[in-house]
Write a protein that binds this ligand. Structure first.
Ligand code: NAD
Length: 362
């Protein structure tokens, strides 16, 4: 694998390898693009089978963050970090502190947060070594706390915008919404949907989580594999990625797919296939940006009102993306990418113009 070839292919700015022998730290930080601002993205700890797998993952995830921040209208670029190791076995305070030290050497070009395999407590430890971390204990000051309710709120706005577009109504009353995964986001989303009068069909591999949704919201529970076939208006994936794939594509009986899960489409071509089938897909990174909006606000002195306003903008962004997809006859995920690329390009032109005005030294 040629790393420079991969970086050039995706237009990556920087890839940083960090190791510390005594603690066993092996981390890779990828900075994709800082045109709009410093690169914000979580630190994932995962027992990658190879270094190559870790590099591929960190590059893919960092690029995704650039697009997500741009579409959410945040003054941030995209980055991500991975620590190679099993969080249950290899994660120690010392390892996290050395990792925090490496983050600090980047002087704010990369700002970290929690991700799969890391949690708020880990961010508190990293914070001892660097100021360039978000999602720390809100009691320690400045933090916005659990991002999941904000993610769920953004998904609700995205569902409402797509329902408005598809059915011409503002209300979700009596619409049937199938929610896959009743975890941190899914449960909050179910509560909001039930509050709006929607009828819920739910699935989860965790029987307790499922029963909670049945008991609290009168949801109808179905087996995990049956959720794709559920007759519904909206299918909201809030569990796993790649749920729109060759196996599930023909099973969907919904008219809209809009949920919190990352990487919903197994491959790009599945987005085109949904469009051909007349299913409106709301791109994952557009609709699930509420959590990012919440942690990003910590960088400017956390203000709940500002977060709520930014999350609410997801409604109009979704309408804009659907309008572009219709006008250009392209899939919605391509329309979302175009919006992100346009915002980055505009900012880049502005920066280059500003640079030309700086007199040369010497
Ligand atoms: P979570 O782990 O709290 O919940 C996931 C739920 O899905 C769990 O209840 C789990 O039992 C269930 N699940 C797992 N496999 C399943 C299957 N095959 N069928 C049905 N249910 C299954 O995670 P979360 O924080 O609620 O996040 C949900 C999704 O949203 C993830 O894909 C995550 O990457 C994405 N996301 C979350 C946030 C956030 O703020 N938490 C932000 C952006 C994106």
């Amino acid at each position: 694998m040629s790393i420079f070839h991969q970086m050039a292919g995706g237009d990556y700015e920087q890839l940083v390898f960090c190791q510390h022998r005594e603690t066993g730290l092996k981390a890779i930080i990828a900075i994709h693009d800082t045109t709009l601002g410093p690169a914000l993205g979580g630190t994932r700890m995962w027992p990658y089978r190879s270094e190559e797998e870790a590099v591929v993952d960190v590059l893919r995830l960092a690029r995704g963050m650039t697009y997500k921040a741009a579409v959410a209208g945040l003054p941030l670029g995209g980055g991500k970090a991975v620590i190679i190791g099993d969080p249950a076995r290899d994660k120690t305070d010392a390892l996290l502190r050395f990792y925090g030290g490496f983050v600090d050497t980047l002087k704010g070009r990369y700002i970290t947060a929690e991700d799969v395999g890391t949690c708020q407590g880990d961010m508190d430890i990293i914070h001892r070594e660097t100021a360039h971390v978000t999602g720390c204990d809100p009691a320690g000051g400045g933090g916005g706390g659990d991002p999941s309710p904000f993610t769920a709120r953004g998904v609700l706005y995205g569902i409402k915008a797509s329902v408005k577009k598809r059915y011409g109504v503002d209300s979700l009353r009596n619409l049937v919404i199938a929610v896959q995964g009743i975890g941190h986001v899914g449960f909050n989303l179910c509560r909001m949907l039930a509050g709006e009068g929607a009828r819920l069909v739910v699935a989860d591999i965790n029987a307790r989580a499922l029963q909670r949704a049945v008991g609290e919201f009168g949801a109808v529970a179905v087996p995990a594999d049956a959720i794709y076939k559920a007759r519904c208006d909206v299918f909201a994936p809030c569990a796993l990625g790649a749920v729109v794939n060759d196996r599930t594509l023909d099973q969907f009986r919904c008219t809209i797919i809009a949920g919190a899960a990352n990487n919903v489409l197994a491959e790009e071509r599945h987005g085109h296939a949904l469009r051909r089938r007349g299913i409106l897909y709301v791109p994952d990174y557009v609709i699930n940006a509420g959590g990012l909006i919440n942690v990003a606000d910590e960088l400017h002195g956390y203000q709940r009102k500002r977060v709520d306003e930014r999350v609410a903008r997801i409604y109009n962004t979704v309408l804009e993306i659907i309008a572009t997809s219709e006008a250009e006859e392209i899939s919605t995920h391509r329309a979302a990418d175009m919006l992100a690329e346009q915002r980055i390009k505009q900012a880049g032109i502005f920066k280059k113009t500003a640079c030309r005005e700086v007199p040369k030294v010497g």
